[in-house]
Write a protein that binds this ligand. Structure first.
Ligand SMILES: Nc1ncnc2c1ncn2[C@@H]1O[C@H](COP(=O)(O)OP(=O)(O)OP(=O)(O)O)[C@@H](O)[C@H]1O
Length: 304
C-alpha cells in the first residue's frame, strides 16, 4: 500500500529583498507501508525542505502530497492531521524533538497517550530502543548524543506513526553509533508496519538499511531504484559520482573530479539539465532541455 505519494512538488523559500529559492523544484517520490526509502544528495539539494513540506512545516507552492490515500496539499499535513494519521519526524539534533526540561519518561508517555496505548510503558519503549528502562526518570542533558537520539526515536515510535521520517538522524552521532541507530530505526519502523523515509548524506548507511533509494540534485529527484540495483548499476552520472564519492574502507576514497565544485545556487539554477555544468558526459541537449523523469532524469537514458 502506498503510504506517501509526493508528485511534482515545488517548495519555494521567500526572503524579502532576496531572490526566490526553489529548494524543491518539481520532485516526486513514494513510500510504501513497511518500506524504507533512503533520500540522498549533497547538502543544500532540498532533502529537508521536501520532508518539512510533507509534515506541513514548509509551504507547498505547486504539486501534491498524498498520505494514506488522502491529498493533504496545499498545506501539507497540519499538526492535527499528523497526529491523526501518524507521521513522526526524528531530526538531526534530538533537542529539536525533546524538551530539555522534562523527564524523558514523561515525553515518551505523551506519545503513548496520543496513540491511545494504555499497555506499553515508557520503560518498555526505552528498552525497545536498547536503553535501560530506569532512564525514564532522567532529563535529556544527562545522555550522550546517541542515547538522546534513541530516546527521540522511542518518543516518535510511542505515537505509533504509520510513517517515520528521519531527517539526517545520524549525522551528529559518533561513527560507531551511526549504523546502530539507523538499523534500529529501520527494524522498529518495519516491525511496526510503518514506512521510513530516511534522509542522509551517508550513502553507506543508506545502502545498509534502505529498500529503495531516491537521489536528489538541486531540487529534483534524478534517480530512483531498488538499493541493490542502484549500487550495481547506477544510471545517472550524478548517482555514479555520488557512489564513487563514498569513502573507501581504507580511507583512500576521494571525491571524483566530476563532482568538484559546489551545488549551484537553487535561486539561479543552470539551464537544461541542472547537473550539466558538473557532468562529465554532458551533451548539447543537456544544456538546452531538461530531461523528463522516469525513473532516471538523464538524456543518456532517454530517446531524443
Ligand atoms: N528557510 C529558508 N529560507 C531560505 N532558503 C532556505 C531556507 N531553508 C532552506 N533554504 C535553502 O533551500 C535549499 C535547500 O535546503 P535544504 O535544507 O532543504 O537542503 P538539504 O538537502 O536538506 O541540505 P542539508 O543536508 O544541508 O540539510 C538550500 O539552498 C538552502 O539554503
Amino acid at each position: 500500500m502506498t503510504l506517501l505519494s509526493v508528485n511534482d512538488l515545488v517548495v519555494e523559500h521567500r526572503t524579502p529583498g532576496r531572490p526566490v529559492v526553489r529548494a524543491v523544484a518539481g520532485a516526486g517520490l513514494t513510500v510504501e507501508a513497511g518500506e524504507v526509502v533512503g533520500l540522498v544528495g549533497e547538502s543544500g539539494c532540498g532533502k529537508s525542505t521536501l520532508a518539512r513540506a510533507v509534515c506541513g512545516l514548509a509551504p507547498v507552492t505547486e504539486g501534491t502530497i498524498s498520505f494514506d490515500g488522502r491529498t493533504v496539499t496545499p498545506l501539507g499535513l497540519r499538526r492535527r492531521d499528523r497526529s491523526l494519521t501518524g507521521i513522526q519526524m526524528v531530526f538531526q539534533d534530538p533537542y529539536s524533538s525533546l524538551n530539555p526540561r522534562r523527564r524523558v519518561g514523561a515525553q515518551i508517555a505523551d506519545g503513548l497517550r496520543a496513540a491511545g496505548d494504555t499497555t506499553t510503558t515508557p520503560t518498555d519503549m526505552l528498552e525497545r530502543v536498547g536503553l535501560p528502562g530506569d532512564f525514564a526518570g532522567r532529563h535529556p542533558h544527562e545522555f550522550s548524543g546517541g542515547q538522546r537520539q534513541r530516546i527521540a526515536i522511542a518518543r516518535a515510535l510511542a505515537a505509533r506513526p504509520s510513517l517515520l521520517i528521519g531527517d539526517e538522524p545520524i549525522s551528529a552521532l559518533d561513527a560507531s553509533a551511526q549504523a546502530q541507530v539507523a538499523t534500529l530505526m529501520r527494524d522498529l519502523a518495519v516491525s511496526a508496519g510503518a514506512g521510513l523515509l530516511f534522509i542522509s548524506h551517508d550513502l553507506s548507511v543508506v545502502r545498509l538499511i534502505a529498500d529503495r533509494i531516491a537521489v536528489m540534485y538541486l531540487g529534483k529527484i534524478v534517480e530512483v531504484g531498488r538499493t541493490a540495483e542502484v549500487w550495481r548499476d547506477p544510471r545517472h552520472p550524478y548517482t555514479r559520482a555520488l557512489l564513487g564519492a563514498i569513502p573507501a574502507p581504507d580511507g583512500a576514497g576521494v571525491l571524483p573530479a566530476e563532482l568538484a565544485g559546489d551545488v549551484p545556487d537553487p535561486a539561479d539554477p543552470p539551464s537544461g539539465c541542472r547537473f550539466h555544468p558538473r557532468c562529465p558526459v554532458a551533451m548539447d541537449v543537456c544544456r538546452e532541455r531538461e530531461p523528463a523523469f522516469g525513473p532516471v532524469a538523464c538524456w543518456l537514458h532517454e530517446p531524443r
